[in-house]
Design a protein around this ligand. Structure first.
Ligand code: OFO
Length: 173
């Protein structure tokens, strides 16, 4: 059974993941409004990824005989100064999530909960990829600033991101 402090920390992280999906859904809308359909498509996939992260945590809490407590999800920003600004916000958000996962992992160690420690290692690794994806796109966006042809090509490339595999990296539990 999960210790109450650990259960609360997992529930906080479920809320963080649901907020991530909300934030990226807001970016889908923003990119659509900017006519950047490929970026919107990339973000649609990201929304699914975040829901898988939330679902994975949700399943784990229940598997440990814990109680999932769903909280209100904050409203995300609806518009950004520029597409580059939106990608920078996505990168900053992933850095924030990495810090949350790191704190959660430290708590599992501190509370001597080896099952949670091992479970959270998947998320630690996942955050390396999440940050790297966003960082790369920020760098590419910076390269194409002032070059509409480059932005067009980048948008097209981002639009080819595949959907997460069924059960995917973050297998639903
Ligand atoms: Fe983007 O990794 Fe979850 O929140």
């Amino acid at each position: 059974m999960l210790k109450p402090e650990m259960q609360k920390a997992f529930n906080d992280q479920i809320n963080e993941e649901l907020f991530s999906s909300y934030l990226y859904a807001s970016m889908v809308s923003y990119f659509e409004q900017q006519n950047l359909k490929g970026m919107a498509a990339w973000m649609r996939v990201q929304v699914q990824e975040e829901l898988l992260h939330a679902t994975k945590l949700f399943g784990y809490v229940l598997e440990r005989d814990g109680a999932v407590e769903l909280k209100a999800i904050a409203a995300p920003t609806a518009a950004w100064d520029s597409p580059l600004d939106a990608w920078k916000a996505a990168f900053a958000h992933e850095q924030h999530i990495t810090a949350c996962i790191s704190d959660l992992h430290s708590k599992a160690v501190e509370l001597k909960d080896p099952a949670s420690t091992i479970f959270l290692e998947w998320f630690v690794t996942e955050q390396v990829e999440e940050e790297s994806n966003a960082r790369d796109i920020v760098a590419q966006m910076e390269m194409v600033q002032g070059a509409p042809g480059g932005l067009f090509m980048l948008d097209r490339e981002l639009g080819s991101r595949p959907a997460p595999a069924a059960g995917g990296n973050a297998a639903a539990t």
